[in-house]
Ligand binder design. Sequence first.
Ligand code: 13P
Ligand code: SF4
Length: 335
Amino acid sequence: MSLPVQVPIHDPVASPCAGSDLGAAEVAALEEEIRGLARERDAVILAHNYQLPEVQKIADHVGDSLQLAIIGKQVPQGTIVFCGVHFMAESAKVLAPEKRVLLPNLSAGCSLADSITAESLEDWKARYPDHAVVTYVNSTAEVKALSDICCTSANAASVVRSLPQRKILFTPDKNLGKWVAAKVPEKEVVVYDGCCPVHDVLRAASVNRVKSAKPDAVIIAHPECRGDVVDVADEVCSTTAMLSAVERHPHARTFIVATEHGIVYQLRQRWPDREFIVADGCIGCRMHCPYMKMIDLVMVRDTLLRGKHEIQVEPEIAAGARRALERMIAVPRDA
Ligand code: 13P
Ligand code: SF4
């Protein structure tokens, strides 16, 4: 007799693995203080889809990295409090150099962005001199400035397709690069060897294990996941596109989400009648980005009070990174 598969499903929204231990009254007081300070200091609060629920809740705008950088440029406020990781705040500063961009915690980095330096990209460019360089936005401004164009997980295939060159050097994410190469077979794509450990840790076997407990569920994966995971997914898209992917499956009640668990808060806000499960069953919470959980409400308040930590990008580097980002913005998104 075969026993039913037991999948311990952790609830990342009820217990997000990090965050403050404040009581409801303290949280409400902080929220009020933050709103007042933001008004007083002419600041907009932006939060990435992976931030702690308490931070997403207080934000004026929640979205993916590029979307937030574009919003930062468009809003009337002179100060942007960027609740995300360093490269995202840097992109916001590059696109809106006249604004003050504050990152509440300077330690909020990104392993993927750290996997390529300007020096290592110079070496790769020397090895592939006739290749156009396409760099994922999860990278430093220095690396962007050395690239022909940037891309995001939402527009990577369109960006590669839009280039006149047939030979492409794709940096730094190997999983996104391989996914793009398969979508654009007319191009010859050399892929750099970086990855996001939060996504790269997931295997199709774990996803299938969760799926065996929820056989009717739709699987949605971020393209930073490995090829075996992408192959079992029904939808492969950026974090913000995951919100609209649900619309394409009106009869599905359950969605298995192969990305960082912070997105579940947004998905539940938008679709309260659906069930969302992180693809690893969140056993030990493997799909957890520690950098994305480094900002809490106290830090957001302190950032507004003290005007810290201001992001600065050297003008020459900013000009190069802006060129690569703006060239990308001019390319229409895949979906
Ligand atoms: P998005 O640009 O899709 O939000 O992804 C950013 C990220 O850090 C994924 O790990
Ligand atoms: Fe970087 Fe990965 Fe965290 Fe995204 S999830 S910020 S790519 S380490």
